[in-house]
Write a protein that binds this ligand. Structure first.
Ligand code: NDP
Ligand code: OXD
Length: 306
């Protein structure tokens, strides 16, 4: 019985130490230095190289180190074992802080003033009148965002795969109701998971359903958006501005037009980063559960893909 941390792009000493404290009798090893792969029964994964998990013959369960699991499920050799994801109030709080900052940035026209500063131009303007907002995806993060902005005085609509009920939010379901969900929104926030059903979902037709001059924020996954369609919508003014935290390819290629488009704000996938200190308890609890054959906390539906 041992745990493998297979997270190539992150320093893992802190996670290893904290898990070791929580599970003193269990060996916690960091890939690629696994002393005995045949003894690994639980793997914590994030952007793992394809094929690695399939080489662990005793594996019983998998844990995503983030809220999303698309990067894990992209490995077609992944064994069909229980997979859990992170659900953490600290992650939600971080996303709300980011979205609050971005909303203020556009409302206060800081995008415009920063352009004007570069041109040494003095043009006072009042705040943008942003009153309506749509959240695509009403799960852990999307429902928190919808309720947060509703409390801030926005008229909020939301869209999910199945019917949802949230106090004060107009909730819509399925492709047929997407145009209504989007139609009135001054701001659209994408918090959908990347699945077969959502890949390239936000295409030219969907940008055309949005209100002219909408501000679009993507904090979910880059591949949900058709980049060319977004650029065309920005060039035509259908989308007034876009804040993008996630990209089809990360890091964003230096030749990508998003970097230099005047109406695009790029942030490097920072809106809600998993905190080791707040997630150790759920990861160690899931390890215990997997050893006892119990259902995991925050288990993903592998068929749905989220
Ligand atoms: P959840 O699984 O809790 O919620 C997903 C929501 O999307 C649900 O409301 C679900 O509908 C809806 N949905 C899924 N598929 C469809 C579809 N085909 N059509 C309409 N709605 C759909 O996810 P979270 O809220 O925890 O996270 C959302 C995503 O945010 C993650 O998958 C991840 O990609 C991204 N993320 C990004 C971060 C960053 O730093 N940029 C940090 C953390 C997460 P239903 O309610 O009916 O199931
Ligand atoms: C996540 C992320 O899904 O950081 O947790 O993108």
């Amino acid at each position: 019985m041992a745990i493998a941390l297979i997270i190539p792009d992150r320093k893992l000493d802190d996670l290893q130490q904290r898990l070791q404290q929580a599970l003193p009798d269990t060996r916690i090893e960091i890939w690629p230095k696994l002393s005995a792969p045949a003894e690994i029964t639980f793997a914590v994964l994030w952007k793992q190289p394809a094929g690695i998990v399939a080489t662990l013959p005793a594996l019983k369960a998998m844990q995503s180190f983030g809220a999303g699991v698309d990067g894990i499920l992209a490995d077609k050799t992944l064994p069909a074992l229980p997979l859990a994801r992170i659900v953490d109030p600290a992650l939600t709080e971080s996303m709300l802080q980011y979205l609050t900052g971005i909303e203020s940035y556009y409302r206060l026209r800081l995008d415009t003033f920063s352009d004007l500063q570069r041109q040494k131009q003095w043009h006072p303007k009042g705040p943008r009148k942003l009153r309506t907002l749509c959240v695509l995806g009403l799960g852990e993060l999307g429902s928190a965002a919808a309720l947060h902005f509703q409390e801030q005085g926005y008229q909020v609509s939301g869209w999910a795969r199945t019917p949802r009920q949230l106090d004060g939010i107009e909730c819509y379901t399925g492709i047929a109701e997407l145009p209504t969900a989007l139609a009135e929104a001054d701001l659209v926030i994408c918090l959908l998971p990347l699945t077969m059903a959502t890949e390239n979902l936000l295409n030219a037709d969907v940008f055309a359903m949005m209100k002219a001059g909408v501000i679009f924020i993507n904090v979910a996954r880059g591949a949900i958006v058709d980049d060319g369609a977004l650029l065309a919508a920005l060039d035509s003014g259908q989308v007034q501005a876009a804040c993008l935290d996630v990209f089809r390819q990360e890091p964003l290629d230096e030749a990508h037009p998003f970097w230099s488009h005047p109406a695009v704000l790029v942030t490097p996938h920072v809106s809600a980063v998993t905190r080791v200190d707040t997630v150790v308890a759920q990861i160690s609890e899931n390890y215990r559960r997997s050893e006892q054959g119990l259902p995991l906390l925050n288990e993903v539906d592998l068929q749905r893909g989220y």
